[in-house]
Each structure stands twice: as structure tokens, then as C-alpha cells.
Design a protein around this ligand. Structure first.
Ligand SMILES: [Zn+2]
Length: 161
């Protein structure tokens, strides 16, 4: 037995079994192969499904259906930033905490003197060392404008306030 995927002149697709390929040719020629949807006997072979039944249907090979076209992207909707920490993010958070602990442990807290100290270091007035402290947004902006490189200390999500 051989299965053919067929399509009628109106485009209906259907499958039909035949003893062999010449049996299909004969039956189709004599108008014996009719579309189950509209009854049209003008049918054509579509893609031949390579499923050969030999009394052992367990060994039949199924060709995977072609992948569906990717769905159109959903229309953008107004959203609010929200977060649920995945295991990876929890790990990242742990690393951030380690980084921050390392920074805090290995540098000097100069508090509100940070902008002044950072500036003195930048201009070579005092020796370079690792410091951390506080700077107002205005002070941070000024430091940046003077080309003084510094970084915000990582703030952990549950340690605000
Ligand atoms: Zn049809």
C-alpha cells in the first residue's frame, strides 16, 4: 500500500491509499479518485507522503509537518517594570553582594568627603586608593565632567532605604 497526498482542482487536500503507484494512475485516469470534500474527480498528487505500510504500521515513518510560520509579534502594550528573580538572577544578586562587600571591605568609607577626595586623587594631590562614599547627583555630574571615573556602589533590590 502507498499513501498519496492529493489535491482536487478546487484545492482541497486529502490523503488516499492505493495498492501501488500504477493503481493510483489507473484509478485517477478513470475518475475513480474523488475529492471527499466536493466530489471532484480532477485530482492531482500533492507531495507523496513517504509512509509505506507493509503490514507493520509501527515502523511507518512520519514526516514532520512543516514548521508553522512564526506568530506575528503581539501589539505593544503599556507595561510597568516588574521583576521575579529567577535562580540565575538570585545568583547574580549574590555576586553583586559579594562585589559590594569586597568594595566596602577593601576601600575606605570617606562618606560625604567622597567628591573632594576623588578630585584630590584625580589631580594627584593625594595618593590613589580605593574609597567609597556619597555624592549628590550634582556632585556626581561635576566629577564626571572633570573626567573623574567612579562607579555607583551596587544597590541590592531589598536593601533600598
Ligand atoms: Zn475538492
Amino acid at each position: 500500500m502507498i499513501r498519496y497526498s492529493l489535491a482536487c482542482e478546487r484545492g482541497h487536500a486529502f490523503d488516499s491509499w492505493f495498492a501501488n503507484s500504477s493503481a493510483y494512475d489507473k484509478q485517477a485516469k478513470r475518475g475513480l479518485v474523488a475529492c471527499p470534500v466536493c466530489g471532484a474527480t480532477k485530482v492531482e498528487k500533492a507531495i507523496m507522503a513517504p509512509r509505506l505500510a507493509r503490514g507493520d504500521s509501527d515502523k511507518a515513518i512520519d514526516v514532520p509537518a512543516p514548521a508553522p510560520a512564526p506568530a506575528a509579534p503581539a501589539a505593544p502594550q503599556a507595561t510597568e517594570p516588574v521583576a521575579m528573580l529567577s535562580p540565575q538572577e538570585r545568583e547574580l544578586r549574590t555576586k553583586l553582594k559579594e562585589l559590594r562587600d569586597h568594595l566596602v571591605k577593601n576601600s575606605e568609607n570617606v562618606g560625604r568627603k567622597f567628591p573632594e577626595q576623588a578630585r584630590q586623587m584625580h589631580y594627584g594631590e593625594i595618593e590613589h586608593r580605593s574609597i567609597y562614599g556619597e555624592a549628590s547627583p550634582q556632585e556626581a555630574k561635576e566629577l564626571h565632567e572633570e573626567g573623574i571615573e567612579f562607579h555607583p556602589l551596587p544597590v541590592l533590590p531589598d536593601e533600598r532605604n
